[in-house]
Design a protein around this ligand. Structure first.
Ligand code: XCC
Ligand code: SF4
Length: 618
């Protein structure tokens, strides 16, 4: 039965254990939820005003309009762009916090500028002069300029001008260049208020503008400034899956999204005083491991082991060996405090934005970052003695992985330019590239789609790049290793051997989808063409989060053909569905497709790549 829920043996074992321990998981709750509401699933339920809720009857002779007169097109479009607003808000608020941290670093705090070169590089885009200037002074100016982009009252967001000119022109002509990151999100909330916009095309257009403010705004700021503060990722070895938990060490999981917290926790976990304390309680040391996107942030920079992705968060606690789980924001299931209460695990919330009843709240504040990080780790150390031996069962499954492929690293591996990559594409050794991103979703078998799609693509000489929870799925399957070249077609295998890289490259967390944009942009620049002309595609195989809707939308608006493995709530409107899966291509050169079978999705991607190769004449 558990094999139906996940392809991952470690997770299946923990689901069995959960059943024995009488602990309910997301899968159990998903089952109880079925059948899920058809109105909600197709996007035709509206709760935007209190004359409602209204719903459109798609099959019978029930209502075709809401009480205000909104039809299915309007209701679906409004609901969808509200998802974009929430997703873009989450990423952008993350970016804003990182920019604040840079500002604090400039004024003197526990944080520091680790990468002055990258700081100078991004200063250019914000129009900050660097010559003869002190690094702290540049940091302060860049932070201020970045923060201005969230709320500027005139002008435009800076980063989209990094895109190739053809792309910028499309955005300008279609009036989707974001004016300020926050403003586009606020405008979605206004435009979707009862009785404002009743034109589904106009609604979707605003969704695009807010999504671009995420990808080429908030997320890109988050990525760049994280690199400045915590280091540009370089290839580093690690291990992935629940088996990275240790029986005789204090196990601490960092889960959530923002490296301001997790990076400090990594530093504090190496503190001599704390290591002594861990020994005093009888542990061999402190085993800090990462989960979800904050795990991606720290593994890329420190090699911190990756314990699991979104649907493994409960399973990690079910091992009975997690002494503390530290969370900040996003993708933290409210169920964690319940699961933790079934074992000895202490759940620690740290953000004023994300409190969970039953958890210990130790608010993180950047001004006393190191001190608080130590205090948080101490909770885990002190809790070690409370483990219940008969409840501890750590599955042995774990896989080796090489991670840390920032654009800088990839260019380095290529000798400083994308030329060798383009040459390999022209020669046909690499047919093209695909980005696999996003979450898990109990609507699909855990990790199955991520892994099947990645395998099928590399077998056909398509290079794969990853972010988010997709990275854990492929990591657990051993695809992030040099040895995975044996699963590749002959061309990609040759390239992997030559460059000593895995065929599946881990590029980071969800905000690091912006790294994929920059890589595509570099390729387009080199080929003197637009991103939409490249033999590339994207996929969000098991997505669930609103952030994924924003990501998918900015990829499409950047010219990328993007496949969703789980259908978004749009099928209630034929017009919106057609707009997203057909018509947008005429404007942006990218479009959405929905395909629930990974093998068919691989075929769609390969066909798309072939079409683009032909058009490029290679
Ligand atoms: Fe969350 Fe970012 Fe999705 Fe994973 S991939 S479930 S958004 S942790 Ni980011
Ligand atoms: Fe119903 Fe219109 Fe109100 Fe939505 S906005 S709940 S469709 S009356």
């Amino acid at each position: 039965m558990e094999e139906k829920r996940t392809i991952d043996i470690a997770t299946a074992k923990m689901l069995e254990k959960a059943k024995k321990d009488n602990v309910e998981t997301a899968w159990d709750r998903a089952e109880k939820m079925r059948p899920q509401c058809g109105f909600g699933e197709t996007g035709v339920c509206c709760r935007i005003c209190n004359m409602g809720p209204c719903r459109i009857d798609l099959v019978g002779d029930g209502p075709k309009k809401g009480i205000c007169g909104a039809d299915a097109d309007v209701i679906v479009a409004r609901n969808l762009i509200r998802m974009i607003a929430a997703g873009a808000a989450a990423h952008s608020d993350h970016g804003r916090d990182i920019a604040h941290t840079l500002h604090m670093a400039a004024e003197g705090s526990d944080y520091d500028v680790k990468e002055p070169e990258k700081l100078k590089e991004i200063a250019k885009y914000f129009g900050v002069k660097t010559e003869g200037k002190d690094i702290k002074e540049i940091a302060k100016k860049v932070a201020e300029k970045a923060l201005e982009d969230f709320g500027r009252y005139k002008g435009l967001v800076a980063y989209p001008k990094r895109a190739v000119e053809q792309r910028q022109k499309i955005w300008k002509e279609n009036n989707v260049w974001p004016r300020s990151i926050d403003r586009e999100i606020v405008q979605i909330m206004h435009q979707t208020h009862m009785g404002v916009d009743a034109d589904y095309i106009n609604l979707i257009q605003q969704g695009v503008r807010a999504a671009l403010g995420d990808g080429w705004g908030g997320s890109m700021i988050a990525t760049d400034i994280s690199d400045v503060l915590f280091g540009v990722p370089k290839p580093i070895e690690t291990e992935v899956n629940l088996g990275v938990l240790e029986k005789d060490m204090v196990n601490i999981v960092v889960h959530g999204h923002e490296p301001t917290l997790s990076d400090m926790i990594v530093q504090a976990s190496q503190d001599k005083e704390l290591l002594e304390k861990a020994k005093e309680v009888g542990a061999k040391g402190i085993n800090l491991v990462g989960m979800c996107c904050t795990g991606n942030e720290v593994v890329m920079r420190h090699g911190t082991k990756m314990v699991g992705n979104f649907l493994q968060q409960e399973a990690a606690i079910v091992t009975g060996a997690v002494d503390a789980m530290i969370v900040d924001v996003q993708c933290i299931m409210p169920s964690l405090s319940y699961v933790a209460s079934c074992y000895h695990t202490k759940l620690i919330t740290t953000s004023p934005k994300a409190k969970v009843p039953g958890a210990i709240h130790i608010e993180f504040d950047e001004e006393h970052a190191y001190e608080i990080a130590k205090k948080i780790i101490m909770v885990g150390i002190e809790n070690y003695k409370n483990r219940i031996p008969e409840k501890v069962n750590i599955p042995e499954e774990k896989s080796k992985a090489v991670v840390g492929f920032s654009v800088e690293t990839i260019l380095n591996a290529l000798g400083g330019s994308v030329k060798p990559l383009v040459d390999a594409i022209v020669a046909g050794d690499i047919k093209g590239a695909a980005g696999l991103v996003g979450c898990n979703n109990p609507k699909t078998k855990h990790n199955y789609y991520h892994v099947e799609l990645a395998k099928e693509l590399i077998k056909n000489d398509v290079l794969v790049v990853l972010t988010g929870c997709a990275a854990y799925a492929c990591g657990a399957e051993g695809l992030l290793t040099l040895e995975a070249k044996e699963l590749c077609g002959p061309g990609l295998k040759k390239v992997c051997e030559l460059l000593k890289i895995p065929p599946v490259l881990h590029m980071g967390s969800c905000v690091d989808c912006s790294r994929i944009l920059i890589l595509l942009n570099e390729l387009a620049k080199y080929l003197k063409t637009d991103i939409s002309d490249l033999p590339v595609a994207g996929a969000a195989p098991e997505w669930m989060s609103e952030k994924a809707v924003s990501i998918g939308t900015y990829f499409v608006a950047s010219g990328v053909y993007t496949i969703l493995g789980v259908c978004p709530p749009v099928l209630g409107s034929k017009n919106v569905t057609k707009l997203l899966t057909e018509d947008v291509e005429k404007i942006y050169g990218g479009k959405f497709a929905v395909e629930t079978d990974p093998h068919k999705a691989a075929q769609l991607i390969m066909d798309h790549i072939e079409t683009k190769r032909k058009a490029l004449g290679v």
